[in-house]
Design a protein around this ligand. Structure first.
Ligand SMILES: [Zn+2]
Length: 141
C-alpha cells in the first residue's frame, strides 16, 4: 500500500540491478500497481479467487490504487461478507507478491494454477484456525 516493496520500478529508482519487465507476465513495466491490479497474470488469479468465493465484485482496476478498489468493493457486499472478503484480498495480494519473488529468486515459472490453489489452501487453513469471516465466504469451509 505504501509502495515500498522491491519491485523493478523501485530497484530502478535506487539504481539497483533489475529487469524492467514484470516477472509474472513479461509484458509491462513492473510497478506494484501493475503487479497487483493490471498484470494479466494477476488478473487471472483474481478472477479465479473471486469467482471461487462467489464475491459479487469486479476485478481490481488497472489504473486505480488497489486500496480504492478494495474499499469500494466492500461497499458492494453484505456486511456478513466484508471481513472475509478483506482477508481474501490480503491473502491473494500476498501470494501474488510471494509467487513473483519465487519466480525472480528461485527461477520458478509463473503459474496461475499454483498461485490460485495456494491461495485457496491457505484460506481454508485460516478458516480452520478460526477466521470466521473467511468461513462465511469460501466454499467448503
Ligand atoms: Zn505483469
Amino acid at each position: 500500500m505504501q509502495d515500498r516493496s522491491w519491485t523493478a520500478e523501485r530497484l530502478a529508482r535506487c539504481g539497483l540491478p533489475h529487469d524492467d519487465a514484470c516477472a509474472l507476465c513479461d509484458q509491462e513495466e513492473e510497478t506494484m500497481q501493475h503487479l497487483l491490479a493490471g498484470c494479466s497474470f494477476s488478473r487471472q488469479v483474481w478472477h479465479e479467487i473471486l469467482g471461487w468465493a462467489r464475491a459479487p465484485i469486479g476485478l481490481p482496476v488497472p489504473d486505480t490504487p488497489l486500496q480504492l478498489w478494495w474499499s469500494s468493493s466492500l461497499d458492494l457486499v453484505p456486511a456478513s461478507m466484508r471481513n472475509g472478503l478483506s482477508s481474501l484480498i490480503i491473502l491473494s495480494a500476498w501470494w501474488i507478491w510471494k509467487h513473483h519473488n519465487t519466480c525472480i529468486f528461485e527461477g520458478a515459472r509463473p503459474s496461475i494454477t499454483f498461485t490460485s490453489n495456494t491461495i485457496k489452501d491457505e484460506a481454508h487453513l485460516w478458516a480452520k484456525a478460526g477466521a470466521t469471516g473467511l468461513q462465511n465466504i469460501i466454499p467448503g469451509a
